[in-house]
Design a binder for this molecule. Sequence first.
Ligand code: ADE
Length: 242
Amino acid sequence: MRIDVVSIFPAYLTPLELSLVGKARTTGLVDLRVHDLRDWTTDRHRTVDDTPFGGGAGMVMKPDVWGAALDDLVTEGSHLLLPTPSGAPLTQRHAERWATDEHLVIACGRYEGIDARVAAHYATRPGVRVSEYSIGDYVLNGGEVAAMVLVEAVVRLLPGVVGNPESLVEESHGAAGLLEYPVYTKPPAWRDLDVPEVLLSGHHGRVERWRRDQALERTAARRPDLLRALDPAGLDKADRAV
Ligand code: ADE
């Protein structure tokens, strides 16, 4: 997979040299390149923004500068991603789908956002998809952190990136639609807290049941919206008792 990220603060993206994503880059599992939007400006001041038509506070990023950058990066088959607080909420399902794309281009806006014609224009290009996504109902200073969130969520799903692919199966927001159960390791007693007895029992069936109950209880307490979205056909009798 190839990923291009465009930002006026390319240094903001340097954490993508570390850890799992950094290793995926050095081993060639992902070709990730970070670009400085100002390299596509043509004026002495390297201007990327201007005042909004219709008035109002703040500045809007110029379509001509973004167009010059994206014309060099977006080709047939590219998926252009625009992080914005007004986008559709990013979910694990998006990460799964986008992990199968050949080429992602992430355009990081700043200020009040990118002129809306940029998304509209690239959506008309044959073979190009455009998605505007949000990483949550809060406003960041720009799209860079949201770009990093997306890269991490996608790259860890690429074949060969996570050592044990089984660890991708049971986690929160996985296929079960539930939050993950609590986990414990040694020592069995720490401060005044013991590891739940059942986990030391060696009884696989009881452990599985306990984990499922915990996942259901957690989801009910923290994310009732997820619980309501579950297919009732997927719940067994013991689930309904929780
Ligand atoms: N840019 C600013 N805030 C954002 C958010 N919540 N999600 C995605 N991009 C953003």
